[in-house]
Design a protein around this ligand. Sequence first.
Ligand SMILES: NC(=O)c1ccc[n+]([C@@H]2O[C@H](COP(=O)([O-])OP(=O)(O)OC[C@H]3O[C@@H](n4cnc5c(N)ncnc54)[C@H](OP(=O)(O)O)[C@@H]3O)[C@@H](O)[C@H]2O)c1
Length: 323
Amino acid sequence: MTNITKIALGKNGPLVSKLGLGCMRMSPVWGGPTNDENESIATIQEALDNGINFLNTGDFYGAGHNELLVGKAIKGRRDDAFISVKFGAIFYGSQMLGLDLRPIAIKNFINYSLVRLGVDTIDLYQPCRLDNSVPMEDVIGTVADLIKEGKVRYLGVSEITADQLRKANSIHPVTALEIGYSLADRQIESDLLPVAKELGIGVVAFANTAEGLLTGEMKAPLPANDYHLHFSRFQGNNFVKNLEKVEVLKQIAKDKGCTPTQIAIAWVNTQGEHMMPLVSMSRRSRLPENIKAMDISFTREEMNALNTHFAPGAILGGTYLQR
Ligand SMILES: NC(=O)c1ccc[n+]([C@@H]2O[C@H](COP(=O)([O-])OP(=O)(O)OC[C@H]3O[C@@H](n4cnc5c(N)ncnc54)[C@H](OP(=O)(O)O)[C@@H]3O)[C@@H](O)[C@H]2O)c1
């Protein structure tokens, strides 16, 4: 058993593993087949055995399927897990129709989440996005009420702007910001990350592999039904140029005796003590490689090389992260 370093999530926040397990891809969020459920549950349990206690889910991941999976995996070992749940996205089939952030809806969502997870309290509860459909005071205020009631322990936010983060934190202290961040997506470095640091908010950084691009396993052309083709990053000449950049990453990884995915995770991990790589893993075979990535450090020259080859904007086109 490996023991992953623990960090305080946010200023004086709870102790959580520095590596988080993203459970989203264990369920059919955007359509497509469901991963092997037994393997998914075994992966969560093996992650817990290895000291990865931060589990990330959403009530809309597979219309509750994902929370049910997490609930099964943590049965009898609730205290080993720190459960982070997002709410607010309304899906119909594999399409996201919009957000429902009304207090009355949030109070309904949480009851269902608690039942599906089989727990009395959710450790980190967060609106998946914020818009102007409901005043932020009402959204954050409702989570603050749930904290008072004991149904939630900490407030998180996800995919928001620097101004929204300041405002949310002024309504109730925000423990963690969940946000897409990788060598391929660095636009938040200029505004959002400095604000999170200033306010002492933990950063839970997802999409470290940029939809798989940085794993080095993607090849052109993609099959016509591949979901990546919805994103300009994976289309036409952008994709060809981006794969050239990935070749550079592959060489850096080879020189360092590791895999491109490990470099991608390690780069995020080494951006600061308050930064948690949140990585999707749907099979146990992913765990040893990704856990090992947490031990990788970079010399100044290596970091400079990565930051130069993958300067903001170096990867062409976007995904849904470009807000
Ligand atoms: N707040 C938000 O808006 C938001 C949005 C998206 C995701 N999230 C959360 O963040 C988590 C991570 O995000 P993500 O899934 O977009 O990004 P990711 O962690 O970069 O995962 C992308 C893919 O990389 C694969 N992978 C993992 N380790 C690998 C390895 N060592 N070699 C090759 N491939 C590997 C995973 O495959 P397998 O699944 O096959 O293991 C997964 O399909 C999600 O699970 C979810 O909990 C949050």
